[in-house]
Design a protein around this ligand. Structure first.
Ligand code: PMP
Length: 417
């Protein structure tokens, strides 16, 4: 394997090597990448989430204070005093663990309250939501429970990895991102399947762009299908009332299955699914993670407050939107290609993976921590620096980041031609 051209994916399965030999080959590769300054998964951040982070990395042995452009903690609720107080109260009252999986004694009062709060947040009856320990399992476990081999999942190619994980026991068809003609073709071709579940994201995690949700819904219904939307990045952030891309598209009472995370705008960890109560009941008994895996800790009580704050303190959402507008304008004036983002995820598209790795390193030198996203996170020629903004970034933070991008451009030429 040519290390210079290789990606993580090339090491998933190497002919004739056993699991430990594969690990050894991969170890050599990561060492090589690190020595070339391209490895970012060994970054260590010290302290909590925030607009600034102390970072140590393979090329900065001593901690360096950086402007952070890596967090999904969009509203910075991980640090909100009221959220922290509620989480601490939860622990004081109920201890540090749930003690069992939900079905066999681990479903505590704070879990019940959370499911009811999430249901009402989406304007549904109290038994319309189920929580999971991560957003990843909310997607994968729910889809695994819902769709069997007689069914078909029809997914936008750009959906999150957790959706693909969930499709392992059903038939999988993919349509190019937001491509309605191809979606229609697949809906026609799959008429004989028992369930046709179209699965899309509300906000796409690498480009920050939105699903063509209304048109996809109409098409899906015209052909008798169902629509599931993973709005992990939209909920709490987008829409007049922070109900997400689904609200923005006027689809709150239409989407058949909504999934989301508690790990981004709500500042904690976990995921959830909202659907018809009978489907939720089915998932509660049929999804293996609900039966065989322990549930979230009493610190989840912090989420009860975080969800209330979406209504009580809309100024966080407003500040985030102002930051997004300012930063996008700044990047565009530097000539960067930021694609079609309509969310706090703002990609700076570069193309070449190694140049993107170099750009991330130079940004760090200039005091900005942002991730290089390369294959298989995105397609091979589509590498980019992915930035995400928070409500608590100040204009000084954003100016520093914009200057850093200008510096990188002067060194590497990353602006669009
Ligand atoms: N869906 C999308 C679109 C995501 O981007 C992510 C997280 N990156 C998830 C689901 C999984 O959420 P969690 O981090 O809570 O597991």
């Amino acid at each position: 394997i040519d290390f210079n051209k290789a990606s993580f994916k090339d090491f998933e399965n190497i002919p004739d090597l056993n699991a430990f030999e594969r690990a050894e080959a991969f170890y050599e590769f990561t060492g090589y990448m690190e020595s070339h300054g391209h490895m970012n998964y060994r970054f260590l951040t010290l302290g909590g989430c925030g607009p600034e982070m102390w970072v140590t990395s393979p090329f900065h042995k001593t901690p360096q204070k950086c402007v952070s452009l890596v967090s999904n903690d969009y509203l910075n609720f991980t640090q909100h005093p009221k959220v922290k107080a509620a989480a601490i109260e939860g622990i004081e009252k109920y201890g540090t663990g749930a003690g069992a999986s939900p079905l066999i004694g681990g479903h505590h009062i704070y879990h019940q309250m959370l499911e009811e709060k999430i249901s009402s947040f989406f304007g549904r009856s109290p038994d319309s939501a189920i929580i999971y320990t991560t957003g990843y399992t909310a997607n994968s476990a729910t889809i695994l429970a819902m769709l069997k081999k007689e069914d078909v999942a029809i997914v936008d190619m750009a959906v999150h990895a957790s959706v693909y994980e969930g499709c392992k026991e059903t038939q999988l068809k993919m349509f190019p991102h937001n491509n309605l003609e191809m979606l229609e073709r697949i809906l026609k071709e799959t008429k004989d399947k028992l369930t046709r579940m179209v699965i899309i994201d509300g906000v796409y995690s690498q480009d920050g762009d939105l699903a063509r949700m209304e048109e996809i819904y109409d098409l899906t219904k015209r052909y008798g299908g169902f629509l599931m939307v993973d709005d992990a990045h939209g909920i709490g952030v987008l829409g007049k009332n922070g109900r997400g891309a689904i609200e923005l598209c006027g689809m709150l009472d239409k989407v058949d299955v909504i999934s989301g995370t508690l790990s981004k705008a709500f500042g904690h960890i976990g995921g959830f699914v909202v659907a018809d109560p009978k489907m939720i009941n089915f998932i509660k008994y049929q999804s293996r993670q609900q039966v065989f895996s322990s549930t979230s800790t009493p610190a989840a009580a912090g989420l009860l407050k975080a969800i209330d704050l979406i209504d009580e303190e809309p100024e966080w959402r407003r500040r985030l939107a102002e930051n997004v507008a300012y930063f996008k304008k700044g990047l565009l004036s530097l000539g960067m290609d930021i694609g079609n983002t309509e969310s706090p995820i703002i990609p700076v598209k570069i193309g070449d993976a190694h140049k993107t790795g170099d750009a991330a390193r130079l940004l760090l030198e200039a005091g900005v921590y942002a991730n290089a996203i390369v294959y298989p996170g995105v397609s091979r020629k589509n590498a980019r620096i992915r930035t995400s903004l928070m409500a608590t970034h100040t204009q000084e933070h954003l100016d520093l980041a914009l200057n850093a991008f200008a510096y990188v451009d002067s060194k590497l030429g990353i602006a669009a031609a």
